[in-house]
Design a binder for this molecule. Structure first.
Ligand code: HEM
Length: 407
């Protein structure tokens, strides 16, 4: 089969449950040029080099083979995940100030007890049930509650921003058949509505500091200065969406993988201190973010003997790099004790995940509590139904049978 149909097969929903054989094919081809002029890269060392290469841009305006350029007319500028340095660095530094070191080194540690309490309440609420949907009942509400508390967003408004969040994410999907311009305009409207809502919440805190990030953004500017209001809106939207759409997949993919590997689940029940390493292996083996589709070359860049021309869209298939046998020993094996494990679960380079320390703690606590307290969990559907996205990949539902809830 021609290489240029590979991306269509990778993004085909029929292959969502197991795209890994297609990634193996991608690695054999090296760099794949598709008939629309875009390029796909799936080998570890090439992805690593590109993620650290200043000639590769994250700004969609640098693509000369445009797909749809995001609509900024609604007053929300592109968030820093889609900007290049020095603007990216300035905005990331401002956003980081109330989130972690050096200014707030204990922010995530301080949330440890709170995350355990949220996990405990969600599991307690399952008492008396013999069937659960791990996504709806646990994996989704946990990170959403956490990101709402961190930002200072009332969680009762969650159903509304769930709808906005889905519209923004839908625009990222290369779903054949649906009109990309329509999806982009729906996403721009959702980003704008979400941004207005978050901007208003931040305005309400001006001059009345509280212990959340929106308050810090308006009341505690650092040496880089503060955000303009549009910058604050786009950053808050980015954080809220990142908090919604990624950790849920790590927890759900994680539980699915452990249930498929009962010996690993049993071992983690006996030795919970192994969980941090198991979570790193899950980030490699079943990562929540499968690909980064929004890069562009600023000048001709050679990758494995192929010149990717200036402006060409570039998709980096992180989940394929994570299974590259030239980098990882026995990469298709789930090994929760793996040591040499520098995966791309959180990307790499200047855009590497801002929320990684939080996501790690959430997943470690979530899986430790699930493994400890769910009695005899059993998968009711394998593979489970997946969410549509080939980019942010994870189960839409994860139906389980349980015989009870432990203390
Ligand atoms: C398991 C959960 C998560 C995964 C797998 C994940 C993955 C990623 C990846 C792969 C990137 C790189 C994007 C790129 O290079 O273009 C990224 C960036 C980012 N993530 Fe996460 N993420 C997770 C959770 C979070 C959370 C909870 C937050 C917010 C608190 C967050 C905020 C961000 C931000 C702001 C960026 C952009 C960083 C930049 O452009 O400098 N992420 N994430």
């Amino acid at each position: 089969m021609a290489a240029d149909t590979l991306f269509r097969r990778i993004t085909d929903y029929a292959n969502r449950a197991n795209p890994y054989p297609l990634y193996a094919e991608l690695r054999e081809h090296g760099v794949v040029r598709q008939d629309d002029g875009s390029y796909l890269v799936g080998t570890y060392h090439e992805i690593a080099a590109l993620l650290h290469d200043p000639r590769i841009s994250s700004d969609p305006c640098n693509r000369t083979v445009p797909d749809i350029v995001p609509d900024e007319t609604a007053g929300i500028p592109l968030a820093f995940i889609r900007r290049d340095d020095p603007e990216h660095e300035r905005l990331r530094n401002i956003a980081m100030r109330p989130f972690g070191p050096p200014h707030c080194p204990s922010r995530i540690d301080a949330m440890h007890g709170e995350i355990i309490a949220i996990a405990k309440d969600l599991i307690d609420a399952l008492r008396g049930r013999d069937r659960i949907d791990l996504v709806e009942d646990f994996a989704y509400p946990l990170p959403v509650t956490v990101i709402c508390r961190l930002l200072g967003v009332p969680s009762e408004d969650e159903p509304q921003f769930h709808v906005w969040s889905e519209a923004v994410i839908a625009a990222l999907d290369p779903a054949p058949g649906s009109d990309p311009a329509e999806r982009e305009s729906a996403a721009a409207a959702a980003r704008a509505a979400m941004g207005q809502y978050l901007g208003q919440l931040a305005d309400n805190r001006r001059g009345k500091p509280s212990d959340d990030m929106l308050s810090a953004f308006v009341n505690d500017p650092g040496p880089d200065g503060g955000f303009t209001r549009p910058e604050l809106m786009s950053t808050a939207v980015l954080l809220l969406i990142a908090g919604h759409e990624t950790t849920v997949n790590l927890i759900a993919n994680g539980m699915l993988t452990l249930l498929r590997h009962p010996e690993a689940l049993e071992r983690l029940r006996r030795e919970p201190e192994l969980m941090p390493r198991a979570v790193e292996e899950l980030l490699r083996y079943e990562p929540p973010v499968h690909m980064l589709p929004w890069r562009a070359a600023l000048t001709g860049v050679e990758v494995s003997g192929v010149t990717v021309p200036k402006g060409a869209p570039l998709t980096l298939v992180l989940a394929s790099g994570n299974r590259d046998p030239r980098r990882f020993h026995d990469p298709d094996r789930f090994d929760p004790t793996r040591r040499d494990n520098q995966h791309f679960g959180f990307g790499s380079g200047v855009h590497s995940c801002f929320g990684a320390p939080l996501a790690r703690v959430e997943a470690q606590i979530a899986l430790t509590e699930l493994v400890r307290r769910l009695k005899s969990p059993r998968l009711l559907q394998d593979p489970p139904p997946y969410r549509r996205s080939p980019i942010l990949r994870g189960p839409r539902h994860l139906p389980l049978e349980i015989v009870g809830i432990g203390a």
